[in-house]
Design a protein around this ligand. Sequence first.
Ligand SMILES: [Zn+2]
Length: 277
Amino acid sequence: MHRFWSALAGIVLGCAMGAAAILLWPSSSSVFSKTVPHVEAAVVRSVAAASSTGPIQVPILVYHVVRPSYPSDTAEIKKYAVTPELFDAELAHLRDAGYHVIGFQNLAARLASSTPLPTKPVILSFDDAWGDQYRYAFPVLEKYHDTATFFVFTNALGSRGFLTWAQLKTMLAAGMTVGDHSKSHPYFTHLTATSSLMSEIVDTKRVLEAKLNAPVIAFAYPFGQYNARVLEYVKKAGFVFGRGDAWRGPDVSPATQYTLSALNAPTSLGEFNRLFP
Ligand SMILES: [Zn+2]
């Protein structure tokens, strides 16, 4: 058990590291736009992304922990933990500001056949299969009739503190989608054996699709790590999208569909509202 929770802590901190780098830039939100103007400008540009012929720009948000804050929460956890109240306020803001939450399947249709996207499209995603996502985020998503993609790693499913297969099925039935986040959440840049890449990327897609009876078209790289060989297996497995973390903007094209980046969900409403005007 001790080893299990140590591994868990590694995932929490590891997943947060890429996001933390983003969050540390605007340590004061009042200087955020001056410090990283390209981030804000990039999100703003998505406002004009509704045509079926122009560039496709869809910001992808990634959430990890959605739950009430605990007195024992470390500073590291606070950097990426979002309370249910804040999550509710963020979705309310997206609705009020005219954003439309879409799924990766909508993006795939846009890429494949120029099917138009709604105005101000945005994708919501959740990583790491935390059980709290079902308890606290799913009801809010249902309240706003929004969809989200839950990127899960299959070894976690059914373990203490993590989502169960039954919960995934319930969320799928309610319009959510499931994405692949590997089997064991490894460091992909350390992974070289063909058998490991097969088991972590190709086999997990088959397992998820068979058990859930639903297509799984997006893969999220654990710790945001990938290299040419990882990309090769993600394509070979039949995924349409690959998503990292470190935010580089909302551009989606055949050149970026396997190296999409995601914006770590802001942990203050003020910052969220500035990013999504
Ligand atoms: Zn992860």
